[in-house]
Write a protein that binds this ligand. Structure first.
Ligand code: HEC
Length: 312
């Protein structure tokens, strides 16, 4: 799937300002234009969650047509326009999936990318209100001008962008994330380029010993996804009052306790679970007796078991 050059995205920082509300608009307009016309951007920055969090290092690289790479202490997320790789350092594992427009939208909703979403979005500040120019400051040796704004969404969040006076582009942001909580991001290095990035910049090289995992196993399908299926199709007979075959499917504890034939669910192994056998008619009689579940419901139950048959 081809990722468009610029995407429409609402609810984030996001349009070239058309109304006149003061010189904050012209700063944001310039920032947006610079990012939209650049072919690539590289940022090395620190991210700090206050109170308490020390600064951690992030690296971001963007290229048009949906190319992005974000490196954090926990994760490497790379998309080259056709494929997305998501590497989790703690597990030394990664997923590899075909890239869709939704991947870019999800990526642009990350707070860690907030100051630079205009690189990809048509109207990055469309729904932003309360734009106000604050003071000029020197941060990490760079002259910046503060622009305060209110981000759309619920709850509304206030933020201050730090616009680099020389580049005309935000070097960072201070974002109020809660009552006393704040996220501060500040670039140490920020480079905009009019040259398209090299393809190699968005290649993912598999880290030493990392294992590839199936994304469907990663997505946590928990009890809340399967409970309604059991409730509708099974709990008429498999309930706590008079469970047929001793199997109560009206609660998580009941499902995990199993029935007369023993354990019904082998976490992580849908094909090896007794329950699956009855759902597919390999165990007799077929369950539910009136006719088998839809493929979608069967797939949901299978992914729940595969993901560990977790309650939450
Ligand atoms: C109309 C009643 C009814 C419905 C609805 C029903 N079951 Fe059953 N189920 C039974 C009966 C009766 C048995 C015992 C069958 C036998 O042993 O011959 C049974 C047995 C089972 C067993 C074997 C239990 C064991 O310990 O041996 C499993 C697993 C099972 N059902 C799962 C399900 C699931 C999952 C659903 C819903 C998708 C479901 N059942 C819906 C009546 C029902």
């Amino acid at each position: 799937m081809k990722i468009p050059f610029l995407i429409g995205l609402t609810g984030i920082l996001g349009a070239v300002i058309t109304t006149q509300t003061g010189s904050g608009d012209s700063l944001l307009e310039k920032h947006t234009k610079q990012l939209q016309t650049a072919k690539s951007i590289d940022v090395q920055y620190t991210v700090q969650n206050l109170p308490g969090g020390g600064p951690v290092e992030y690296k971001l690289k963007l290229g048009k047509e949906g190319k992005f790479k974000l490196e954090t202490p926990d994760q490497t997320l790379v998309a080259n326009g056709t494929t997305v790789w998501d590497f989790k350092k703690a597990d030394n594992s990664y997923t590899q999936t075909a890239q869709t427009e939704a991947d870019l939208k999800t990526f642009l909703k990350k707070d860690a990318v907030l100051p630079w979403v205009a690189f990809f979005t048509k109207e990055p500040f469309k729904d932003v209100t309360g734009i106000k120019v604050g003071s000029a400051r020197i941060i990490k040796g760079k002259a910046v001008t503060e622009v305060a704004l209110v981000l759309p969404g619920k709850p509304e969040r206030t933020a201050t962008l730090f616009i680099d006076n020389t580049l005309g582009v935000a070097r960072g942001i201070s974002l109020k994330t809660g009552e006393d909580k704040q996220l501060i991001m500040m670039a140490k290095e920020l480079t905009l380029s009019n040259d398209a990035p090299a393809d190699a910049d968005f290649n993912f090289s598999v880290p030493e010993g990392a294992k590839k995992v199936d994304p469907s196993a990663v997505a946590t399908v928990a009890w809340d996804k399967v409970a309604p299926i059991f409730q509708t199709n099974c709990a008429g007979c498999h309930n706590s009052n008079n469970p047929r075959s001793g199997l109560d499917l009206s609660s998580y504890a009941g499902a995990m306790a199993g029935g007369r034939g023993g354990s019904e669910i082998t976490a992580g192994d849908p094909d090896g679970s007794r329950l699956t056998a009855f759902l597919k008619g390999a165990g007799k009689p077929l369950m539910p007796p009136r006719g088998s579940l839809s493929d979608a419901d069967l797939a949901t139950i299978a992914s729940w078991i595969k993901a560990g048959a977790k309650e939450k």
